[in-house]
Ligand binder design. Sequence first.
Ligand code: SF4
Ligand code: SF4
Length: 187
Amino acid sequence: MNSTAISPVKGNRKLLRKLEEQKVDVQSCYQCGRCSSGCPVAEFFDLKTMEVVRLAAYGMEEPLLASNTIWLCAACDTCATRCPNDINITRLMDILRELALRKGVVPAQPRIPQFHLSFLESVKRWGRTYEIGMLGAYKIRSGDLMGDMKLGMSMFSKGKLSLFPHSIDGKSDIKEIFEGKGKEYER
Ligand code: SF4
Ligand code: SF4
């Protein structure tokens, strides 16, 4: 972790209220470290999982939204499962990612939100992912036009990537989810 001083005085009370509304009880963390020690990608984080929870408990939004941890978190739920206080850390990471996007914070790992947005656009449009369309949108966003081309060709030749999108039943239900998207995060 960097040397950011943690102080409740500097805390963002809006963030604290938001976490309370979303039933992410960061205040009950007693820093046992079980979340951090079970995280499969912890070695790549700039903030440990337990540090994310502690910073959130103090409403320290700025270092949280600037961290690479919120983007590298794989949402595997191991930390939340291991937490003796049932703190929904996966939900916390989700809230922080959405907040970073809404506030236009420059992401520490830009390609991850680029992929995230390309994926969501595809689901919004087709009700499920249309891989080739999603990859095209991601490549345009990231500017990495030729990266992973060999892998893509190999997947295509094995029939893993369909040229045309598949639609699904219940697309209107998916649309409703997107229409409500983000209301809970409005500041
Ligand atoms: S496992 Fe739960 S209580 Fe322990 S440090 Fe992590 S969030 Fe806090
Ligand atoms: S949900 Fe994220 S922070 Fe928690 S264990 Fe998985 S990768 Fe680590």
